[in-house]
Design a protein. Structure first.
Length: 111
């Protein structure tokens, strides 16, 4: 998938999807109740950004991420907090609009 490019009168700005995925990973890891990011395979667990997808374009990104939540917490509230915080941080740091943030609770773990 191509990088995210925004044209302006003085030139263009290109932001790699890997950079956006790194912002998503950092933000999600700081959210209350998130124990870690989910990965579908053991090999994927070695890669920090496995479990994060960045779709769409510079006019509206679609972000998907899999998280592991601490046992005993309200899953809906944790997912809503992650969704809100990730959307806010990505827009604030990149200046690009976020269309959707889809949070999948992949596992529940005692920390």
């Amino acid at each position: 998938m191509p990088d995210l490019t925004v044209a302006s009168p003085r030139g263009s700005i290109t932001i790699s999807r890997d950079v956006v995925a790194e912002i998503v990973a950092e933000t999600a890891a700081r959210c209350y109740g998130v124990v870690g990011l989910g990965a579908r395979s053991k090999v994927g667990r070695l890669l920090r950004r496995d479990g994060i997808t960045i779709g769409g374009d510079a006019n509206g990104m679609r972000i998907g991420l899999h998280v592991v939540v601490e046992y005993g917490l309200n899953l809906t509230e944790v997912a809503a907090t992650v969704r809100s915080q990730v959307g806010y941080d990505v827009e604030r740091l990149t200046g690009l609009p976020v269309e959707t943030v889809e949070v999948v609770v992949e596992d529940v773990r005692v920390s």
